[in-house]
Design a protein around this ligand. Structure first.
Ligand SMILES: C[S@@+](CC[C@H](N)C(=O)[O-])C[C@H]1O[C@@H](n2cnc3c(N)ncnc32)[C@H](O)[C@@H]1O
Length: 376
């Protein structure tokens, strides 16, 4: 019910209804003039929201979502809302779990699967986690571990097919494919300003799909993808298929260890969706060896969510980032961070590390690119 503004006077109903009408009219004109498919409930209706790259249309869509949510909450009222939440929601989740068990959902399958097969059982242990490990800095002390008897990534190592589904979940959740996402990171940072043959180290880079896209878009750069040895085969296959194997090498490396000699003084240490998966103490252990290997021209480019200040973004978007924060807690005993928390974290890993700026925002994703350098 946090969406309901303090002023619930009678006029609010009609003010919201007017806003809904004007936003819907603007969206309709846009759809008509561009001959776009109309949003519909039919199985073959458009899957993506209406035009994200037109700012006026995008603003109208956000206003429509906000106003309809608020109007709905006002019309339903607190008692019925609570009743629906207590009854409908829980059986909706149960029914989806049954459907997932029999592999029936096709659309957004990996997204629905992760929510029901892993997140839901894990979140049911959140009370236990908070009671048992109130101040634990350890990544194994999680709701996930209480349910599955292992850390999130330990469990994925035992069941590699779940790691594949996890990758598909991340793609589905960010609204595209890993190729779309990698391609948008290739455009979101001024990679072209790096010197010829400069080395980019992709720390915890998985099979290297981001490095492969960056290498294709920026032929003057070299890459080293660092991750666990068992990913080497898939990584080398990917580089071969993308035609970049001469400039992208895979190196087996544990990111808690000192950087290997050839990766010292690299131009960029790039990390995407690494640091937010770890509690502070472990983030410091990841960042410290990187800081120690940086030269005066090196920088870290970190790609993770930067939590918006409260009430600074539309409520629907804010709700997603706060839910992701709770996901990090339940799965990893970790958290999402605001810009100030990111600054504190980097400085706490090595007093010379300073976040210079938020340097870009990949399209479609909630992540931002944050750049850190060594203070002279
Ligand atoms: C959420 S995935 C992100 C992968 C990749 N950066 C991306 O954006 O697609 C986290 C990655 O960290 C790797 N990882 C976890 N612990 C690691 C460690 N101690 N050393 C190196 N890599 C690790 C995992 O194997 C996985 O590839």
């Amino acid at each position: 019910m946090s969406d309901i503004p303090a002023d619930t006077s009678a006029s609010l109903l009609t003010t919201l209804a007017d806003e809904i009408s004007s936003s819907a009219t603007l969206l309709s004109s846009h759809i008509e003039s561009r001959r776009l498919p109309w949003p519909s409930f039919s199985a073959d209706g458009p899957r993506q929201p209406i035009c994200e790259d037109n700012e006026e249309v995008s603003r109208a869509r956000t206003a429509l979502i906000e106003a309809t949510r608020t109007l709905h909450a006002l019309a339903v009222g607190p008692v019925e809302t609570t009743k629906h939440f207590c009854l409908n929601e829980i059986y909706l989740l149960g029914a989806m779990q049954v459907l997932c068990h029999f592999e029936i959902p096709q659309n957004m399958r990996a997204c629905i699967w992760l929510r029901h097969a892993e997140m839901l059982p894990a979140v049911s242990k959140l009370v236990d986690m908070v009671k048992r490990y109130p101040d634990s800095p350890e990544p194994q002390n999680t709701a996930f571990s209480l349910e599955f008897g292992d850390t999130f990534f330990g469990y994925k190592e035992r069941y590699p097919e779940n790691m594949v589904k996890f990758g598909q979940f991340v793609d589905a959740f960010s609204g595209g494919s890993s190729a779309d996402s990698a391609e948008s990171i290739a455009r979101a940072y001024p990679w072209e300003t790096l010197p010829n043959r400069a080395l980019v180290v992709d720390v915890g880079g998985g099979i290297g799909h981001i490095s492969a896209a960056l290498a294709q878009a920026h032929p003057h750069l070299r890459f080293q993808v660092q991750d666990f040895e068992h990913l080497r085969g898939a990584a080398e296959e990917l580089m071969e298929s993308k035609g970049v194997k001469d400039r992208v090498e895979f190196v087996s490396h544990n990111f808690f260890d000192p950087q290997p000699e050839p990766a010292r003084r690299a131009a960029v240490y790039f990390m995407r969706n690494i640091v937010h998966n770890w509690p502070d103490l472990y983030c410091q252990r990841i960042l410290k060896p990187i800081a120690e290997s940086m030269g005066p021209e090196s920088r870290i480019v970190n790609c993770d969510i930067v939590l918006p200040e409260p009430n600074s973004v539309p409520k629907a978007q804010d709700a997603v980032t706060r839910a992701l924060d709770l996901t990090m807690l339940s799965m990893f005993n970790a958290k999402e961070r605001s810009f100030d928390r990111w600054k504190e974290l980097f400085a706490s890993a090595d007093g010379r590390l300073e976040i210079t700026d938020m340097v870009g925002k990949p399209r479609m994703r909630m992540d931002s690119l944050v750049e850190a350098r060594l203070l002279c």
